[in-house]
Design a protein around this ligand. Structure first.
Ligand code: FES
Length: 153
């Protein structure tokens, strides 16, 4: 059966907001959905605990593009603590509903956002303790560290 998206979702699919990678980002999340193989990456620039810039890249379905675009709109300008409380239901509500078989797509962006926030906090901590001095060094250690906490996201 074919899938019918509402107008707002189609708009976010054909004209996604905040696409790309944030220049000088200090948090990054990358989540793959095992079931369908879709991948979402979110980068954020946090200043004074506020998400002042956010961008996404998705390799996946129309639903994943639209919902990830919605996640960036919902999270932009929020404090990290507030953004962490966003749920997939908030994304579905923001878009005015999603087809039943596409509801799982909204989890991809939410999980990538959460990982990006935790990555920012980790990066900040490693910078402060002198374990890394820049983002490139952090990128090398983050994969290992996130493996250990994979189930938390
Ligand atoms: Fe995989 Fe939409 S079908 S995220």
């Amino acid at each position: 059966s074919s899938i019918t998206y509402n107008e707002k979702t189609l708009d976010h699919f054909t004209n996604p907001r905040n696409v790309g990678v944030v220049k000088n980002y200090n948090g990054r999340g990358k989540i793959g959905e095992v079931g369908c193989g879709d991948v979402c990456e979110i980068t954020i620039l946090v200043e004074n605990e506020r998400i002042n810039d956010i961008k996404f890249r998705v390799y996946g379905c129309a639903g994943a593009v639209a919902t990830s675009s919605a996640v960036t709109e919902l999270a932009k300008g929020k404090l990290c603590e507030e953004a962490l409380k966003l749920t997939d239901d908030d994304v579905v509500d923001f878009l005015g509903g999603l087809p039943e078989q596409k509801k799982h797509c909204s989890l991809l962006g939410i999980r990538a956002l959460k990982q990006a926030i935790y990555d920012y906090w980790l990066y900040k901590q490693l910078l402060e303790s002198g374990q890394v001095t820049n983002r490139d060094e952090h990128e090398k250690v983050r994969e290992d560290l996130f493996q250990q906490f994979a189930n938390e996201f």
